[in-house]
Design a binder for this molecule. Structure first.
Ligand code: ZN
Length: 355
């Protein structure tokens, strides 16, 4: 009887080799039975647990993840593939969050991530980073810091009230105006701009409007409609005419708390752009994080008549990008969305990595 084992080698099985193989098999079985007998069941369980988990750790000192993505944080165990259930601990839950047992990066930053399982624990530094734009892209670098927009198609809810509203000291207001509010960040930037305008051109701005609640906007709009109707316009005509100067409630950026109307007297005026203050504001406001929200050359996009007095705080980085590229907020927000798409695409081929 010949059994072919491989192309080169063949083994001839004779009755003698069969006998030897049988003897070998029986000997092995006997050793196994003896070995089994010497193991006390209790001890076997303890040894099994010890073998299950000796240590928990991570592959490196730092892990990297893109914001919006899930962190692949598989602990390294000795022995490998130990069956242990883990609990996670996050130092800064504004950066990483646990959702449905998965760890997701929700904003950029660095935090410690701790894991505990089987009585062992380990910690690792996690860097959550925004997806980079392709190197040749000139889309807004801060594409991920989405700006809120209120306009004819984006409506704020009636109960939306911005966080961090503060009362503006009355000495910043135009005569007779009192009890105006803006977000603390907006007013801090405004104050800086106010001081610099004074030192540079001895000019002064007076605030005539800032935060407006949904109810206040509603009141203003209804009043404007009423005035037009008193002039003999029909309700439809009055509404469309009112829209030329006053937004419908929910569609005004004054509800955001980061919008301010300024004047150098007690009223808003299209001549403001011709005043030294108006000119200075148009040229310099971006340095303080403000934009002229409704520019003259963007009326077809904003659908609002040019308002040289109406400034919106967006932060220096956003404002500078818009200023340099001559964009209104509608255009900028669209570019932010394109930036998100470009970064998502780029990240597919360039996974997050620690430097
Ligand atoms: Zn305004």
């Amino acid at each position: 009887m010949i059994i072919r084992i491989s192309e080169e080698k063949s083994v001839e099985i004779t009755p003698l080799t069969v006998q030897r193989s049988l003897f070998l098999l029986l000997s092995l079985a006997a050793v196994a039975v003896m070995a089994k007998k010497t193991i006390v069941p209790g001890r076997a369980v303890i040894r099994e647990l010890d073998e299950r988990l000796q240590s928990v750790g991570f592959q490196s000192e730092k892990l990297a993840v893109y914001v919006g993505d899930e962190l692949e944080a598989r602990p390294v165990t000795v022995p490998q593939n130990a069956e242990v259930s883990y609990t996670w601990e996050i130092a800064d839950d504004g950066i990483l969050t646990v959702r449905g047992g998965r760890i997701i990066a929700s904003s950029g930053g660095q935090t410690l991530l701790g894991v505990t399982g089987g009585g062992k624990s380990a910690r690792v530094n996690v860097i959550a980073m925004y997806k980079p734009l392709p190197p040749d892209s000139d889309l807004p670098p801060l594409y991920y810091d989405k700006l809120t927009i209120a306009n004819y198609k984006n409506t704020l809810s009636a109960d939306f009230v911005p966080e961090g509203l503060i009362r503006i000291p009355d000495n910043y207001n135009a005569e007779g105006y009192t009890g105006l509010y803006a977000t603390a960040e907006t007013f801090a930037a405004y104050k800086k701009m106010y001081i610099d305008m004074y030192y540079e051109i001895h000019g002064r701005m007076h605030i005539i409007s800032a935060y407006r609640s949904y109810a206040k906007q509603s009141e203003l709009y209804n009043k404007a409609v009423k005035n037009y109707m008193a002039e003999g316009k029909t309700s439809t005509e009055a509404r469309s005419l009112a829209l030329g100067t006053t937004q419908t409630p929910g569609n005004s950026e004054h509800q955001l708390g980061c919008t301010i109307d300024v004047s150098n007297d007690n009223d808003t005026d299209h001549d403001y752009e011709k005043t030294p203050e108006g000119k200075w504001l148009a040229e310099n406001c971006y340095k303080y994080g403000f934009i002229i929200r409704y520019p003259a050359d963007k009326e077809d996009i904003t659908r609002i008549r040019y308002e040289p007095w109406h400034i919106r705080y967006v932060g220096v980085h956003h404002a500078a990008y818009m200023h340099i590229n001559n964009l209104c907020l509608e255009q900028y927000v669209e570019l932010q969305e394109q930036g998100q798409d470009a970064a998502d695409e780029y990240a597919l081929h360039h996974p997050a990595a620690v430097d």
